[in-house]
Design a binder for this molecule. Structure first.
Ligand code: UT7
Length: 337
């Protein structure tokens, strides 16, 4: 394939809040569940939750700082922040994060694409770079899902978690390691019932704070969500591989949104991804929504697990419903010291 202008991953970073909640710890220990059920049905053994007072923006700043350091602290001309749990309804969280990172008056905005937020953020960064509108983009994905989780709902409390990940995209050549090769996104708003926070938005404002806890928190139709996640991530992954003419056994790294280990296994099985190319850390971090893919990427960079230039497939599905897939080659990154 002839080389052309592309966005290239020049740095990655992540951050997890220090508080660790194991399956047997409160408040999960007070639910009608067992450590074994959580581990075997979701793959999760522990997750990180923020302490009260720590916001999504706080986590994003730390992940962003790490990613910028990993990229050699370049001049950034766009910041996008994917999140389901912004610091405020208004204003967006990205400008505050950009300011905290010392990036000046750079354009900065939030992206609401639920668990697919990182793929949407990468798509935006990639498009800005390929159109010549930006030379370097900081893509952040950060969540404090514990702040919108009903601790008495065993269907969500055991899975959702907090964390942040980030990638730096710079302009480069499609033949370089780390170059984004293709992006596919999709949505189906007729299924907004799959995962929704009912109260507090303009459709059901809650100015008195009188709504029931259940309506102020994320409600999820777990099994429905499971089925749609498998279907959409499988479809979009197959389409992306076909578009790139990548045989599935040539994929060196497959990183799916970490909703549930069983979903990841099912998608990888259906697509036919070799067992040695499947990477996840859901056991240690839970479902961190948009942050889950860059959290894995950063782990893989730190451990040097994936060879530079390896064909890499990212895919995600989230509430909305929204989904996406990105094909890139594995970047040439050394762990930050
Ligand atoms: O991040 C965005 C994308 N998110 C997703 O895609 C999430 C997808 N969904 C899931 O990961 C899973 O649906 C859950 C982890 C939320 C639930 O697991 P499941 O295997 O789908 O459970 P289920 O809701 O089908 O319930 C199976 C059984 C039921 O009992 P009966 O009716 O068979 O007696 C549930 O009542 O498991 C029961 N159950 C639980 N038992 C112990 C459901 N949740 C729990 C629990 N502990 N936490």
């Amino acid at each position: 394939m002839a080389s052309c202008l592309a966005s290239v991953v020049a740095g990655v970073g992540s951050f997890l809040p220090p508080r660790v909640v194991r399956n047997g710890d409160p408040p999960l220990s007070g639910l009608d569940t067992t450590e074994d059920w959580i581990r075997t049905r979701t793959g999760i053994e522990r997750r990180h939750w923020v302490e009260p007072g720590t916001s999504t923006g706080d986590l994003a700043v730390e992940a962003g700082r790490a990613a910028l350091r990993s990229a050699g602290d370049p001049v950034v001309d766009l910041v996008v922040l994917a999140t389901t749990t912004p610091d405020h309804h208004s204003p967006g969280t990205a400008p505050w994060v950009a300011a905290r990172l010392g990036l000046g008056t750079v354009p900065a905005f939030d992206i609401a694409a639920a668990c697919s937020g990182f793929t949407y953020g990468m798509a935006v960064g990639d498009a800005w770079i390929r159109s010549g509108s930006a030379e370097c983009v900081l893509v952040l994905a950060a969540e404090t899902l514990s702040t919108i989780t009903d601790p008495t709902d065993r269907g969500t409390a055991v899975v959702f978690a907090d964390g942040a990940g980030a990638a730096v995209l710079r302009g480069g050549d499609s033949g370089e390691p780390g170059a984004v090769q293709a992006v596919l996104l999709g949505s189906d708003g007729t299924r907004k019932d799959l995962a929704v926070v009912n109260a507090g938005g303009s459709r059901h404002p809650d100015p008195e704070g009188a709504a029931a806890l259940a309506d102020r928190c994320l409600r999820m139709r777990g099994p429905d969500m499971f089925a749609h996640a498998v279907r959409r991530m499988t479809e979009v992954s197959r389409l992306l591989l076909a578009r790139l003419e990548w045989p599935v056994d040539s994929v060196g790294a497959f990183i799916g949104h970490q909703a549930n280990q069983r979903i990841l296994d099912k998608v990888a099985d259906l697509v036919g991804v070799p067992a040695t190319s499947r990477f996840a850390n859901i056991r240690d971090v839970g479902n961190t929504s948009s942050a889950s893919i860059p959290l894995v990427m950063d782990d893989l960079v730190k451990t040097g697990t994936v060879p530079c230039g390896a064909r890499t497939l990212l895919t995600a599905f989230g509430g909305g419903a929204v989904w996406g897939a990105i094909g890139l080659t594995w970047p040439d990154l050394k762990p930050a010291v």
